[in-house]
Design a protein. Structure first.
Length: 397
């Protein structure tokens, strides 16, 4: 019997202290985002099914997954609602629980690639019937790979489900994993153990925890959390009634945008400038857009954006170059290219005038040239906010 912690009505949702979060390139204790209880499952008996449009349906044990070639990726997982508090307070009210800037974690994930699992099953997309208006050729542009956790009910559906495009799932370079390990240890229950999906660059809602089902299908997941939750609705969808008409018309959120956050000093705090030059040490993190990393530049301003200085970037963990100490018998395949999915930590010494109600801003640019704008456009669910990072209400003495 699966042991459950917390409830459907009040699942565990929390984010870490920001100063602690930005103190380490690899996140030891990340955020928790759940829509139901946390199941504690027996890894020795748990199985993952692979079904749908495949040649061979599979039922894989954790041992089966561990026997496949293992792949390591250092990447950040980010809740789609990260920084929602800024959107609701800076722009206007949104629908969703109140996340500040810490709904993100940068970890070292290890397990078999999804594309290798699907290769075992044999993806088979027969041509659509001509009665459906198809010319008979294969048409997989809308095909998805759906992920499910049936271990527990959720707040809004009988189970938790999501999906990503089949093209992304089959791409070896997309590095989508069935993660069995996190930071060189077995995946803990609160982060999806014994197995979860890790889809780098994509909103964390698609990285389904406690995975028990994979389905290749013609269309995206019909689950509530794919269809009615993590979407960027247009501004005219400004209430639940208005949003109802837009849910089926707007694509599910996948790639997250370029972003940065000021972690230190925290908003509303008192900071002391250096006695010699008045400079203040500012630290934070930055994330690339989707698959377009790594972060190439972070700029910081202490005068409301009039002038900017370049921050120093930490783009890897110097202990082994991939974000963790090597484990005996574990080959290191997290080469520098794989770090394109990771966040970077940054720091800068910035001149801020003494006084009250001061603000520090940050803006990031990734390797593909995506850069933050001063403010995001408002959306009903308050997702994917990526205006300038900021610490406001500072008193500089």
């Amino acid at each position: 019997m699966v042991h459950l912690e917390y409830s459907v009505e009040k699942p565990l949702n929390r984010e870490p202290d920001m100063e602690k979060l930005v103190s380490s390139f690899i996140t030891a204790e990340g955020y928790d985002r759940n829509h139901g209880p946390i199941p504690h499952m027996d890894a020795s008996t748990h199985r993952v099914s692979v079904s749908g449009l495949v040649t061979h349906a599979l039922s894989l044990s954790i041992a089966d997954l561990a026997a496949l070639p293992q792949h390591t990726v250092v990447c950040a997982l980010q809740c789609a609602g990260n920084r929602r508090h800024t959107m609701r307070t800076k722009l206007k009210e949104v629908s969703g629980i109140d996340w500040f800037d810490g709904a993100v974690m940068n970890c070292r994930w290890r397990g078999p690639l999804l594309c290798d699992v699907l290769a075992q099953a044999g993806v088979c997309l027969p041509a659509k019937d001509q009665r459906d208006g198809n010319d008979g050729d294969d048409d997989d542009a809308d095909a998805h790979v759906a992920f499910a956790c049936h271990q527990t009910p959720t707040q809004d559906d009988a189970y938790y489900g999501s999906s990503i495009p089949l093209s992304r799932a089959l791409s070896r370079s997309a590095s989508v994993l069935l993660a069995l390990r996190m930071n060189n240890a077995p995946l803990p229950p609160n982060h999806g153990g014994p197995v979860r999906i890790v889809a780098p660059g994509i909103a964390g809602a698609r990285s389904v925890k406690w995975l028990d089902g994979i389905t290749v299908q013609r269309a995206e997941s019909a689950n509530y959390y794919q269809q009615h939750d993590y979407k960027i609705l247009p501004p005219e969808a400004d209430c639940a009634a208005a949003a109802a008409a837009w849910w089926p018309r707007v694509a599910a959120l996948h790639d997250m945008p370029v972003n940065s956050v000021v972690g230190v000093p925290r908003s509303g705090s008192t900071v002391r400038g250096d006695e010699r030059d008045g400079m203040v040490l500012v630290k934070g993190y930055a994330l690339p857009a989707g698959a377009e990393g790594p972060v190439a530049r972070v700029e910081v301003s202490g005068d409301g954006g009039e002038t900017w200085v370049d921050a120093e970037l930490v783009l890897r963990d110097d202990r082994d170059g991939n974000g963790g100490e090597e484990e005996e018998g574990e080959d290191d395949d997290a080469d520098p290219a794989e770090l394109k999915w990771a966040w970077c930590l940054w720091s800068a010494r910035v001149k801020i005038a003494r006084g009250k109600d001061r603000t520090v801003l940050s803006r990031a640019t990734d390797a593909s040239g995506n850069s933050q704008e001063r403010c995001s456009q408002w959306n009903f669910r308050g997702v994917a906010y990526n205006g300038y990072g900021e610490a406001t209400g500072l008193e500089v003495v």
